[in-house]
Design a protein around this ligand. Structure first.
Ligand code: TRP
Length: 338
């Protein structure tokens, strides 16, 4: 008797732009979940440097930013034994497929993208890459025929376009791509920056690096904005609207949290003490990350190996999809001879 084959595990893909070491927002919004998903799905985790060219940074910073994000991936526990971890530009098929998707992507859909609209309103001139960005993202995902993609709420529209591109391609050239599901974690919600004003982002300086030393964590958490109506320590606080209290949800046990909540309302604990507890808990939670990062920093050849092997494994899948795509689109002129 033949052994029953296990049902194929779902394939999951996600990407993150390299802007250096990952920060608290990346961790809560993405990496934390990615680590858990590794045991359930066949995962690909991609450092999307080709996307990052649209962010307008200095090209000299790119190699370091990619390396620092790779260290962050490994530090939080993304595991090359379980997942394919790689850099987008190492697999040229991403940009190749993106170009071919131009054939089935309506300009009107790209014009509707809110990220594009925001940027085109804020700047007088923007590179075409910002307009075309979602096509490359669709290519990332569909190159691997991913069943699902964990992303934040802000990426929902890009995922809808990815599904539309898949549908149009299939309708025009024959069934090739799945309609990938977005996996949006509703439980996290929007994680506000420490300034309480905008989404956490490194460029806004309203977050803290996941590899920061305890003193550096405190340096950032100390500045966090709390309930603006709580001016004096004797004023009762409103935990439900306090961003610091929200962050406790991720780092502090339920009993301590309930205690903080009651004491905040009763003005028995001040914001500084509340932040101190949060800061200590974050620094402690990140401890194992700092240790793993130190290991990889001391052994950069291991990072090189992880990323090379990751790209090699990704390429095997990518090549297969591209052969199928070219054949379906009729792009092999040799067919006229053979
Ligand atoms: N656009 C995504 C972001 O800004 C990054 C990204 C690029 C991505 N390609 C992807 C995410 C493919 C998921 C799947 O967060």
């Amino acid at each position: 008797m033949t052994k029953p084959t296990a049902p194929r595990r779902k394939r999951v893909f996600s990407g993150m732009q390299p802007s250096g070491e990952a920060h608290l927002g990346n961790y809560l919004g993405a990496l934390r979940r990615w680590v858990e998903m590794q045991d359930q799905y066949d995962c690909l985790w991609c450092i999307v440097d080709d996307h990052a060219i649209t962010a307008g940074g200095n090209p000299k910073d790119m190699p370091r930013n990619v390396l620092d994000l790779a260290v962050s991936f490994l530090a939080v526990g993304l595991d090359p034994e379980k997942s394919i971890i790689f850099v987008q530009s190492d697999v040229h098929e991403h940009t190749e497929l993106a170009w071919l998707f131009n054939a089935v992507t309506p300009v009107g859909e790209l014009e509707r993208m809110t990220q594009y609209k925001d940027k085109s309103q804020r700047f007088e001139s923007i590179p075409a890459g910002i307009f075309n960005y979602p096509i490359l993202q669709a290519a990332d995902i569909l190159l691997y025929k991913a069943d699902a993609v964990p992303v934040g709420e802000d990426q929902r529209q890009h995922l809808e376009l990815t599904r539309e591109i898949a549908r149009k391609f299939n309708a025009t050239y024959g069934d090739t791509f799945p309609e990938t599901d977005p996996l949006i974690d509703e439980s996290v919600g929007r994680i506000m920056g420490l300034d309480g004003e905008a989404k956490m982002s490194k460029s806004l300086g309203n977050t803290v690096g996941i590899l920061a030393e305890p003193a550096a964590v405190w340096d950032r958490v100390r500045t966090a904005v709390t309930d603006p109506q709580r001016v004096r320590r004797s004023d009762p606080g409103r935990p439900e609207i306090c961003n610091v209290f929200t962050l406790h949800k991720f780092f502090t046990d339920a009993a301590t949290r309930a205690d903080i909540e009651n004491k905040c309302r009763a003005a028995e604990i001040g914001c500084v003490d509340c932040k101190r507890i949060l800061s200590d808990n974050i620094a402690q939670a990140f401890g194992p990350f700092r240790e793993r990062a130190a290991h990889y920093r001391a052994h950069p050849e291991e990072i090189r190996r992880v990323l090379s092997e990751g790209a090699e494994r990704a390429r095997v899948i990518a090549r297969g999809t591209m052969a199928e795509v070219r054949q379906k689109m009729g792009l092999d002129w040799r067919a006229a001879i053979d």
